[in-house]
Design a protein around this ligand. Structure first.
Ligand SMILES: [Zn+2]
Length: 173
């Protein structure tokens, strides 16, 4: 199955980072080129169409307009990032797994590449370098952020487990 790609409306910045952490290709309204002659809704609808992405929004009107153009939309209603993440995963019947996680830059959406511990030595705090054995770097030359499975990884694993159990429940009913 081909992995879905997403485009997110404004105010969904936390969800954007979570989708990228889970390995999904996701772009954000705020990152789009938006000149003043067009409003953001129009830019979002055009971009959704041009890139075959699934639109995630909390805006009922925008969702309606996109659906009229046969675009796939998930309408979100929660202010809680985890609830919205659950909605996306269950509605689209996605599987969250640990293997796909941590392979995409949460900052810029580019793939991450593994770097050697030797290379990472001068790029991360000394304490981190001593504790960690695996490091990744963003492949985008203008970003180049370095990542490792720090304390936040536990939270990511817990979230993946939660999403897995939600998916299962949906399938059983
Ligand atoms: Zn990056």
């Amino acid at each position: 199955m081909k992995k879905p790609k997403f485009i997110l409306d404004e105010m969904l910045g936390s969800l954007l980072r979570w989708l990228r952490i889970l390995g999904f290709d996701a772009i954000y309204a705020q990152e789009l080129d938006c000149n003043t002659s067009k409003n953001l809704d129009n830019v979002l609808i055009d971009k959704t169409e041009a890139t075959s992405r699934i639109l995630l929004t909390k805006d009922v009107e925008l969702a309606k307009r996109a659906r009229q153009k046969s675009q796939e939309v998930v309408l979100l209603s929660s202010d809680e990032v985890k609830e919205n993440l659950e909605t996306v995963v269950t509605q689209l019947n996605l599987t969250a797994n640990e293997e796909a996680a941590g392979k995409r830059c949460p900052v810029c959406n580019s793939p991450l590449e593994t770097i050697s511990t030797e290379k990472a030595r001068n790029m991360v705090p000394r304490k981190v370098w001593k504790q960690q054995e695996e490091f990744w770097r963003c492949s985008d030359p203008s970003c180049r952020k370095v990542f490792w499975k720090g304390s936040h990884w536990k939270k990511i694993k817990e979230t993946i487990e939660l999403l897995k159990s939600k998916g299962k429940k949906e399938n059983e009913t």
